[in-house]
Design a protein around this ligand. Structure first.
Ligand SMILES: Cc1cc2nc3c(=O)[nH]c(=O)nc-3n(C[C@H](O)[C@H](O)[C@H](O)COP(=O)(O)OP(=O)(O)OC[C@H]3O[C@@H](n4cnc5c(N)ncnc54)[C@H](O)[C@@H]3O)c2cc1C
Length: 374
């Protein structure tokens, strides 16, 4: 079976690699360089328990399933390439610095306890015993030991190597401009210089997923970019964070490579990726209030990435009403976490026509009642 994949972020690469392992012939198109968009900007948190919002129980279950699949995903990757990053089961500390924050944390705690998650509400003093760098201003915290993180940048590079070592054809600097169809079924794609024929095509183009021509308007995925600014700092011996520290306004994620990532803003600015003084100031101030020792850390990178957000902020996974065209997009704030569950379920659907239970609530067709069918 010949399959074309549009987009070389973590999602497209992961799907391509697993299809190759199962005997398909795969060509992957990337308009720029592999893994330099949202999958690079991400902080790499695998944090379904910190992230779950009051209306997002199905999404949390999807994240939980994906976290369960992560070790299998990583072990298989280690069969095909070297230097695969480890899953760091560091947990998340949600911190509060005043009474408003404590009230908010109490609601988050109650909600998680009702869901029978492993969670503790602790005092500022107890929080400092576990994370000594926290400021004396921290008065309360919620501890979520089951959250984890991974070096997403290293993971994407490993996926690229595994994709090519398994025989995939990688076409960087090759933008897909058109999807071709005939009689309601997909037939192939074109780039500005060539045409390609495929049995099936996967659209994994992140926040650009609406922009490829050849999909009827009512089938286009309802995706928009949401800008996130993120700062990378160099760790020093005075600032050895143990795990993820976050509040509703920032997060700090210590990475295996000796850096700390501080993120992230959430801005509706279209495709603008320029970091701004205001965005950086807010992140630095908020994080400094909770962890004062970041003050002296060298800043080594300030960037912004574009999260691919669907209309309901949940991913879109599965075959569309155009036979042979599959969507794997809209992963918004959770694409690193949701990679294994997306990859295994869509590969199963492409090769065996079977739809995994875990993704049934995230099918393309769910937008049909509001006029934008997929
Ligand atoms: C600041 C920030 C922090 C984040 N933190 C986390 C986190 O801690 N944990 C987590 O789980 N998630 C996080 N995310 C979200 C996560 O990064 C995304 O959900 C995920 O990377 C999406 O992967 P993707 O492959 O769909 O998109 P992308 O990585 O954006 O890849 C899409 C690719 O498609 C290519 N492309 C687009 N159009 C075409 C075309 N026509 N032809 C060929 N190629 C095309 C693009 O060039 C791009 O390389 C964060 C995001 C941001 C911005």
């Amino acid at each position: 079976m010949k399959i074309g994949i549009i987009g070389g972020g973590i999602i497209g690469l992961g799907i391509g690699w697993q299809l190759l392992r199962r005997g398909a012939e795969v060509t992957l198109f990337e308009k720029g360089t592999i893994g330099q968009e949202s999958s690079y900007a991400a902080a790499g948190m695998l944090a379904p328990y910190a992230e779950v919002g009051f209306e997002e129980i199905e999404l949390m279950k999807l994240g939980q399933e994906s976290l369960r699949l992560y070790p299998k995903f990583i072990n298989e990757l280690a069969e095909d390439t070297e230097n695969v990053p480890e899953i760091d089961r560091c947990g998340t500390m949600l911190v509060g610095v005043d009474r408003d924050d404590t009230e908010h944390l109490r609601r988050l705690y109650d909600f998680r306890e009702k869901l029978s998650l492993t969670v503790e509400m602790i005092t500022g003093t107890e929080a400092r015993e576990r994370e000594p760098l926290l400021s004396p201003k921290v008065v309360s915290a919620v501890w979520l030991p089951d959250d984890a993180q991974i070096d997403n940048r290293a993971l994407v590079q490993c996926l690229k190597e595994a994709f090519t070592s398994c025989g995939g054809l990688l076409l960087e600097q090759n933008k897909v401009t058109q999807i071709h169809r005939s009689g309601g079924a997909v037939k192939g794609v074109s780039t500005p210089s060539s045409n390609f024929q495929f049995d099936k095509v996967v659209l994994a183009a992140g926040c650009w997923s609406r922009q490829v021509s050849g999909i009827p308007d009512k089938l286009k995925p309802p995706i928009r970019p949401v800008k996130g600014q993120i700062i990378t700092m160099q760790k020093t011996p005075d600032c050895e964070l143990k795990g993820i520290v976050r509040s509703p306004r920032f997060y700090l994620v210590p990475k295996e490579d000796g850096t700390i990532r501080l993120g992230a803003t959430s801005e509706e600015k279209g495709f603008d990726k320029m970091p701004t003084a205001g965005g950086q100031k807010e992140l630095l101030e908020e994080a400094w209030e909770a962890v004062p020792s970041i003050y002296d850390l060298p800043l080594i990178e300030t960037i912004a990435g574009l999260r691919p957000a669907s209309r309901d902020h949940a991913p879109i996974i599965g075959q569309t009403r155009m036979k042979g065209l599959y969507y794997a997009t809209g992963h918004y704030r959770h694409g690193i976490l949701l990679t294994p569950v997306t990859v295994y379920s869509i590969v199963e659907e492409i090769l065996n026509d079977s739809i995994a239970e875990a993704v049934k609530s995230f099918r393309p067709g769910r937008f049909s009642k509001t006029g934008q069918e997929a």
